[in-house]
Structures are given as structure tokens and as C-alpha cells.
Design a protein around this ligand. Sequence first.
Ligand SMILES: Nc1nc2c(ncn2[C@@H]2O[C@H](COP(=O)(O)OP(=O)(O)O)[C@@H](O)[C@H]2O)c(=O)[nH]1
Ligand SMILES: [Mg+2]
Ligand SMILES: [Zn+2]
Length: 313
Amino acid sequence: MSMNQSAQERTGRILSCIGGIYTVLSKSREIQCYAKGTFRHDGITPLAGDYVTFCLDQEPDQKRNADGYIKAVHPRKNALVRPPLANIDRLFLVATLHDPVYSPLALDKMIVLAVHNRMEPILILNKCDLTREPEVQAFFSVYKTVGCPIFTLSAILPDPEIQENILALTKGVTSAFAGASGVGKSTIINALFPAFDCETGDLSTKTARGKHTTRQSRLFQLDETSYLADTPGFTLLDFERFFFISKEELPYSFPEFVPFLGQCKYTKCTHKTEDGCAILAAIRVGEVSASRHESYVSLLSEVSVHKPWEIKK
Ligand SMILES: Nc1nc2c(ncn2[C@@H]2O[C@H](COP(=O)(O)OP(=O)(O)O)[C@@H](O)[C@H]2O)c(=O)[nH]1
Ligand SMILES: [Mg+2]
Ligand SMILES: [Zn+2]
């Protein structure tokens, strides 16, 4: 490679970061970079999933074991602080009716966070082998109004058709899996992507091991345009500290509410109990589920306690 070429700016995507060295994927090559840019003064830390501009060093930095340096982080679609990840398009939310029993409020909060952060939610109800059909139907009837895809499966008894349908949703996007520990995220990922080889197991062994390992995030390239975040899986706790949403924005993060917003009798309707509320009317005709509305009311009181200056974009 000529000197001239090596000074050029290039673009790529960060796959991982270990000890301050970023692995940047650029034109099918993995390049090791350190961070050196004005973005550091703005308090921006490059994350796995970031699109970046980088330069190759004229001479590879032996001491740092790097080939070049990141010069700029491109604007993000979204970013999570824990796990540290940027630019996630689809969030697969895994829930179970047994072992562990899902919490509607926790699941609804995850959906809010996904929608608010421009991640498309996909619901997976796993461990259906442990669940009776009426329970599955009850889950379905609550969540079908949300309008996002819903899959019911048993990860230990893989169904090729369901797998194909889930795989299709990972094409051309960056996906991540979220849900409580033990719901089967790793088992599902392993069934879908055998090359990936996630660690599965019960909670106790994982916790014991977790003490010795740091939480890393890594993007796994599935094909030229598809990526999967390799995280230990994240739960609501990881989101909690970053739950910045105003009470005016909250109803917009319930996708099934959106067609009715603006149709209430009072323009300042909070959709809790007001007369002439279009959301409450939608519940009566089955277009919004009562359980989802209950979660909305709980979340409304939660977000209302944040002072406006605590709400960050
Ligand atoms: N019965 C049943 N067990 C499952 C299913 N999926 C996963 N498991 C088990 O649930 C436990 C936790 O799974 P794991 O994939 O590690 O969960 P994660 O913490 O969400 O990654 C493991 O013992 C799995 O074998 C399922 O569909 N049915
Ligand atoms: Mg796991
Ligand atoms: Zn209303």
C-alpha cells in the first residue's frame, strides 16, 4: 500500500472494543484502531455498532498494536450505554410464561424503550412447550394490538418454518436480543445461528462465571448487510438508568395508541381516566388492550417524576 493511500480517510463499522482498541470492519477487512478525534472532547465514546471515519497510520503503531485511528464517529440512530451498543435496528424481546414468568409492565417498558429509541420491537414468546394453549392465546390477544410481529416457539424443539421467519427479520439490519435472564435468548440464537455459539445455561452457573468476565459487546456480521449484537443479553435493569422520556412522548411509544392520539375530547388528555378519551374508547372496542393501558398508566406516573431537565434526548 502506498503512503498516499494510507493517509486517506476511510469509513467502517466498529465490531468490538477491547482495552481501548477498536476492531473496525471496512470492506471485509478488520482494522485495529485506537480513538483520536475531536469527538473525545464532546464526551462521545465510540461504541460497537458505530459507523466511523478512520485513518491508517503511516506506520502501524507497535506499542498500541493498532493499524490506525478513529477520527470521527458518525451520527447515531440510537445508542445503549449498557450493553454499550450503537445503531440497533431491531430488538427481539424474548418473554416466557413460565420459568421465569414474564412481567407485563417490564415487557411493555421494553417495548416503549425500543420504540422511543427507533428500534423495531419483535416479540418472541418462548418455552411454549411448558405452556398451555389458552395461556399462549391470552398473551397473543394482549399483544396482537401492538402491531409488531409475534412469534411463539419452543427453542428446545426448533421449528424450521418459525426459524426461517425469524431469520428473515434479521436480514439487512442490525439486531439484538433482550429479555430477562433464563428466558432462552442464547438457546434461540444458537438454534438460529449455529456458527455463533452462545453460552447457555442456568442462572447460577452464569452468575458465578459473570464475576470473572467483563461485559463486552460485539457485533457479529451475519452477511454483508446483516449484523447481530453478541451481548450477554440485556434486561430492563440495564435500561432503567437511561429511561429518559417525557410524559408527552410516552403515548407515542405505544404504537397501537398512535392512530387515536389527537382524537380525545380534551387536547391535554393524559389518557388515564378522562371523559371522551379516544384511547379508553379504543379499549372498549378491543383495539387497545386493557393490560397495555395499565402499563401506560404506571409508566406515566414513573416518567412524571423526572424533572424536565433530567430528561435527555
Ligand atoms: N423447556 C424449555 N426450556 C428452554 C427453552 N429455551 C431455553 N430453555 C432452557 O432455559 C434455560 C435458559 O436458557 P438460556 O438460553 O441460557 O437463557 P438466556 O439467559 O435468556 O440466554 C436453559 O436451561 C435452556 O435449556 C424452551 O423453549 N423450552
Ligand atoms: Mg444467555
Ligand atoms: Zn385521551
